[in-house]
Every structure is written in structure tokens, then in C-alpha cells.
Design a protein around this ligand. Sequence first.
Ligand code: GLA
Length: 419
Amino acid sequence: MKSFCKYLITGLIIAFTGGVVLAQNEAPVKVEKKAVVQKVTNLAPTPPMGWNSWNTFQTKISEQLVRDMADTYVASGMRDAGYKYLVLDDGWMAMERDKNGSLVADPQKFPNGMKAVADYVHSKGLKFGIYNCAGDKTCAGYPGTRGHEYEDARLYASWGVDFLKYDWCNTDSLNAREAYITMARALQATGRPILFSLCEWGNHQPWLWANGVGEMYRATGDITANFDKDKHMGTWTALSVMTIVDKMPAIRQYNGPNHWNDPDMLEVGNGMSLSEDRAHFSLWCMLAAPLMAGNDLRKMSAQSQSILTNKEAIAINQDALGVSAYRASAADSMEVWVKPLSNGNWAVCFLNRAGHAQNVNYVWTQHAQQDAQTRQAADFSKTTYKLHNVWEKKEAGTTKKAFRQSIAAHDAVLLTLTR
Ligand code: GLA
């Protein structure tokens, strides 16, 4: 039912709006520039970082789980690495609103109510996020917000909610842009700064209109923990890491401070190999994507932890310029991604998409860079940059010498280039 509503209904919307809504790969016609909601906050100058319950727990969430996760969040070094939000996704509510029309936390899962949960999360120095949906019901069938926008927003504010993920299931013929603007205004009216995370899967090209509505917007359907194989779920398809990555270059220009393209939450620690997790995280850092971990922090391996808390990788993601990488080249399953950083520096990611190891032999002086978006340029035959290998955590020479390394199957090398 969930997937039926999610993909079929949005498909119908596209079909019946007579081409107003363009397919994802069509050339954009018009970007809505005006800030449609008077934002008083600067909640996401760099990509938001946090943890979300969905990828591992789906609706099997509880107060105890939040407490455990908040404790581990701090103990594991995630908070110190920059992760800030702890977000409860779908499944936190009772199946019905109360007699006044208010949402109620599921009394079995959250016996002390949601304010107590928020208070606990805040006591750990973290921010608390919650989920709902623009439709009549959430994707998992819980009460949706349609028609209750202002009262739900007030309720969240009274609990101390700092982040709202707002989904798109069961929305019938609702207009996406208008629905998200209504909820953004409802959040705004509470007077509490609440980061607004749009989740309509990129169906209505939010990158063209959501700057000024929310701080981040899902650009794709749901991710699955697979490097390059999509997973067919019957009526809908969960997307592999590579399928999502391939959708991002076309919308690169719409990414920036307080309006981030969201390629979905991280699957690091959820079943891919170490190489694949490393490549996945490297790319999310390069894309300046929100970093929302989705693994069970209580059972996190040392390897997952070292990926998720790698400070240099995170610094690339959080760079103040806020620019997404471009794909400079792709040949024989070897790709080179390049991200302009502040102070004229760069990050470069060599991605081996092949199922076998490959050697990279990159002669910098033959690959001058020129980014059309930022106009940042580097001619390596004239200017020398110092290389730092982010995963090996060591210096790697300069751009005067070719960069040579073997890269394992489905793995990535991440370098910073400093003048
Ligand atoms: C949709 C969203 C997911 C998750 C689920 C919850 O599929 O895209 O990220 O929030 O709903 O039901």
C-alpha cells in the first residue's frame, strides 16, 4: 500500500499536470528564486548531520531505543565528529489522533510521551528530530499531517522538536510546492527554529523551488544498502548507492548553504563491504550531501565508526563553500570527482566502480580543473598543491608527481589538495 501510494500517485500527478512537472532529467525551465517563507534562521549553512532511525529500525522504535542511541551517539564520538540531530522517522505515533485532533505518541513505544524523549536527547547535547507526512497517512500508515499543519507544528514546538522530516505518501492530488510551503509557514509560525527536511523523492524537482522552503530536500527515491544493484520491492524500487550517485551531477548547481540536495540517508554499517561503505561515504562528502547515519550505533564496528567519524572526510563535506563535486571524468569504471573547497583548495575522489581492483595513474599536469559553477580553477602545471590521503590519513606528495595507487573493487580514494 505504502509503495502503491508513493509511486503510483506521484506518477499520476506528473501525468495529469500536462507537463508542468518535468521528468528528472529534463532541462529545468525556471528556478523559483524568491524566498517563499521568511526565514529568520540560518539552520544549515553546511550540510546537516545526524542519525535517523529508518534505515535500520523502520517502525520498531521506542523511548528505550532513543535513550540507547543518544548515549551511544555521544560515547562513540559521533557527536564530537559533528553529528547533531537524532531523528525519529515513521512509526512514532499512535494509529489515531486524540479526540481534539492532536497527534499522540504511541503509548507502548513512548510511555512517557515525546517531550520526555526530546528532553533526554537535548540532555546529551543533541538536537531532536521527528517525522510526518504531507498526506492523509504516513508511508507506514500512521496519521499524516494534511489539514493539521499548524496544530502539528505547534505540538512539535511544544515538545522541543528541532528538525522535521516531511514525507510525501498518500498525498492524492496535492500540489507539492504548495503543501511544503504550508508546512514551512506552520513551522515558522511556532517561533521555534525547526530545520525542515523535505522528502518527496525528487518527483517534483524540489531543487527548483525549495530553496527558502526547507533546508534540505530528497532528490531521489529510497536508498538500499547495495553498491550498484537496485532492489525491486514489488511496486517500487529501492535505489543502490551508484544509481543515486548518477542522479546527482544534473542537479549539482542547486546545492548550497541552507538548501541541500539530499541523496538519502547513509547506509554505512548496514551490510555493504568496507570498501563500499568507504566509497559511499566519500561520495556523500564530495556531494556536500546531508550526512544522516542510519546504522545501529550500539553495534557499530570499529570500521564503520572510523568511516563515519573521519574528521577530514567530514571537513570536505562541511566545507564553507558548500559546493557539490562534479564528475570530471569516467572511463573503464574509474571516475574522478572534483569538489572546489574554500581558500582555493580542492578535494578529489577516485572511484573504482569495477568489481575488481584497478590502478590509477593520474598525471595532474594533464588535468587542469575549471569549475563552471564557482569559476574556481587550477592549472597544475603552474600551481602545485600538497596532497593528503583522507582514508590513509597521511601526506601523499604533491601535484608535481603523478598519483599512482591501486584501488580495490568498489572502493574510493579521497584526497585533499592544498595550495
Ligand atoms: C519513505 C521515505 C523514507 C522513510 C519512509 C518511512 O519511504 O522516503 O525515507 O521515511 O517513507 O515510512
